[in-house]
Design a protein around this ligand. Structure first.
Ligand code: HEM
Length: 377
């Protein structure tokens, strides 16, 4: 029952070896008083510092005539590696709080890019986001529930998502899990110990990169892109194995590329088959997404499998991938990659992006008294 340190230069939950469970929540700020918003972010940091150590949100004794400070359902569970990661969406920087000039250009909303056309407003965006990850489902639910409760009067829950199993790997020792299409997912992801790659592609302002003074608050942070990607499970399940493997250009059982070797062998994009065509299809997901085919473009993936049960409208299973990626500049990373994937990825026949958003996650909370994004205000 491990504990992940809360205080530090960077927020936990980005390179932390990926936990098994997720609850993601987007909030809209309802107050127009910036001081109230700051107080709430301070309250969130104090609560997160406690909950991530497996403690209740407060140790003050509750009087019998008061509702308890903590809702209680995680009381005996321990921390289960809980991490709480907070981000700020583009909408927070409108004129309500006087923050307009503090919005980095990296945080500009994408508009509609290929593949994103059917994103639903009620499952998208939000002034704030909270990603809670842990190895226990009740621990992540408890974290979001108590933060939402502490936000009452200041911010309201806009939408949320539970993820029930990790669909990526960020720790070098972790076994690659499978997504709901049954394929190993996370094989070629960035690992926590690969600090050179993280500095180059994930952390804002690393390697002494210059930032405008009004955007310094993001130095040491990272930008989070989320996509709720519905899988067309019923039609996928009728697709022949060889077509499924063509789409990812990997073998379903071992995860090895179709060009040979084991799971971690580098794919050979140039190799031709007996028919004279590339073994890795021109529109295969891993070709279109790979750094080799995108001038080195790299993102850190940290997605989760999700299901909302059955879709009452169609009777089909409502399930897919809650995609999460971290990067230093979403305009030149996710947006560019998704534009390419959205146009021609073979996978598109079986998926639909139905929600998501973009948030800037500031650096870590340094010590008691500090809070999420303090230097932004
Ligand atoms: C690789 C599945 C959406 C970016 C992979 C792999 C699988 C996979 C099975 C190969 C194993 C690996 O290296 O991790 C899926 C599924 C998706 C999805 C099922 C949707 C439901 C996306 C999206 C993006 C993305 C939206 C980014 C815009 C990548 C990248 C790689 C990858 C960068 C690594 C490519 C490489 O270096 O070889 N994905 N993916 N994927 N995917 Fe996806």
């Amino acid at each position: 029952n491990a504990i992940v340190p809360f205080y530090g230069a960077r927020q936990a939950g980005i390179v932390t070896p990926q936990q098994e469970r997720l609850m993601f929540a987007a909030f809209d700020v309802s107050t127009t008083d910036v001081e109230e918003l700051k107080r709430m972010l301070g309250r969130w940091a104090a609560m997160a510092a406690r909950m991530t150590q497996g403690k209740q949100v407060s140790d003050s004794p509750t009087k019998p005539a008061q509702p308890p400070f903590d809702t209680g359902e995680a009381m005996d569970l321990g921390a289960h590696s809980l991490t709480i990661t907070v981000g700020f969406g583009p909408s927070l920087f409108d004129d309500r709080f006087g923050l307009a000039d503090r919005m980095p250009p990296e945080l500009t909303a994408f508009g509609t890019i290929p593949g994103d056309a059917v994103m639903r407003a009620e499952l998208s965006d939000g002034d704030l986001c909270v990603q809670a990850c842990a190895d226990d489902p009740q621990v992540v639910f408890h974290a979001i529930r108590n933060l939402a409760r502490a936000a009452r009067g200041t911010a309201t829950l806009r939408w949320s998502q539970l993820g029930f199993g990790r669909a990526s790997s960020t720790g070098s020792q972790q076994v690659t899990p499978r997504n709901l299409m049954g394929f190993k997912d996370g094989t070629r992801n960035v690992r926590a110990d690969d600090t050179a790659t993280l500095d180059a592609h994930v952390w804002v302002g690393a390697n002494g990169a210059s930032l405008a003074p009004e955007h310094e608050w993001m130095r040491g942070g990272s930008y989070l892109v989320a996509r709720k990607i519905r899988m067309e499970i019923e039609s996928w399940d009728t697709d022949p194995l060889e077509d499924q493997e063509k789409i990812f250009a990997r073998f379903k059982d071992t995860g090895a590329p179709l060009t040979g070797g084991d799971e971690f062998t580098a794919p050979d994009y140039a190799k031709l088959g007996d028919n004279g065509q590339p073994v890795i299809d021109i529109d295969a997901h891993i070709r279109l997404a790979s750094p080799e085919q995108n001038n080195g473009l790299t993102i850190l993936r940290r997605g989760y499998n999700y299901t909302d049960g059955q879709d009452p409208a169609t009777g089909k299973l409502a399930a897919g991938l809650f995609f999460i990626a971290y990067q230093r500049d979403p305009q030149t990373q996710f947006k560019v990659l998704q534009t390419r994937l959205g146009k021609s990825d073979l996978l598109n026949e079986y998926i639909a992006h139905i929600g998501g958003g973009l948030w800037g996650c500031p650096p870590g909370v340094s010590a008691p008294g500090d809070w999420f994004g303090k230097s932004l205000f």
